[in-house]
Design a protein around this ligand. Structure first.
Ligand SMILES: [Zn+2]
Length: 260
């Protein structure tokens, strides 16, 4: 997946222009650190920070992979999105308990390499905090994920849709509860990266959010398929075709007649 990063200095100059002007933007591959630096052809150097939380970015990657026709990659990224969401919730609750970031990192190191440990940590923390066990993926969905990730299974388009919806169904009630109980810590965790970039760089970065299907599905209580249709329309406006389940191509064939 690529995201469009505008040169904000070009954009700032637009008010000085009396007629049309050229603005540059860069189509960058998604970066793990969420920090995008580039120099536009006019020589403007800019820093942009992607504010969208990692689990939402991974969900967007999964949805774009699905529309690009990469079905295995789609399920792998949906599964990663759920795992990073568990981490996000752990970090929000630690913030709400005023635990120092240094101590959180020290403890996270003990579970960071194994997703099963992270799931265990999340489940018990949630239970202690909320009094009920959290929603979890059904065995059928866990089996599908394992077959795709560990056994090289190529899922169908419909299996990917079901898996994406299952991830939303797990995340949605948890996200609503943490937004309700810890709104400030939730916001602080979302802005943690941009805050650290602002502190480290003299030049103020541009803060960017991308269209988050996961957020739209949760906030508007709509299905994954409806959100995916919106993504299709967005891609169409940008000139990116969506393959989805099947792509039909018509080719005119001109048979070559043999000379007699
Ligand atoms: Zn520029």
């Amino acid at each position: 997946m690529r995201i469009e990063i505008d040169c904000n200095i070009c954009l700032d100059h637009k008010s000085e222009e009396k007629s049309s002007f050229v603005r540059y933007s860069c189509f960058c591959s998604v970066r793990d650190d969420g920090i995008y630096e580039f120099e536009c052809p006019k020589g403007h150097r800019t820093i942009t920070v992607l504010r969208t939380p990692k689990h939402e970015v991974l969900f967007a990657i999964a949805s774009n992979a699905l529309l690009d026709g990469y079905l295995r990659e789609s399920i792998a990224s949906f599964a990663a999105s759920l795992e990073r969401f568990y981490e996000f919730v752990i970090r929000v609750i630690c913030r709400a308990k005023s635990i120092s970031q240094q101590d959180v990192e020290k403890c996270w190191k003990l579970v960071s390499k194994q997703s099963e440990r992270q799931l265990g940590a999340f489940t018990m923390l949630w239970f202690v905090e909320m009094g009920d066990p959290p929603n979890a993926l059904t065995n059928t969905m866990v089996e599908l994920r394992n077959q795709v990730i560990h056994q090289g299974k190529v899922p169908t388009y419909q299996e990917c849709i079901k898996f994406g919806q299952a991830v939303i169904d797990v995340i949605s009630p948890i996200e609503c509860k943490i937004l309700d109980k810890f709104p400030d810590s939730h916001k602080d965790e979302c802005f943690a990266l941009s805050k650290s970039v602002i502190e480290k760089h003299e030049q103020p970065p541009t803060i960017l959010s991308i269209f988050s299907l996961l957020d739209a599905a949760i906030q508007e209580n709509v299905s994954f398929e409806i959100c995916l249709e919106r993504l299709c329309l967005y891609r169409k406006r940008k000139g990116i075709p969506s393959i989805g389940s099947d792509l039909m191509r018509a080719t005119t064939v001109h048979p070559v007649r043999k000379k007699t």
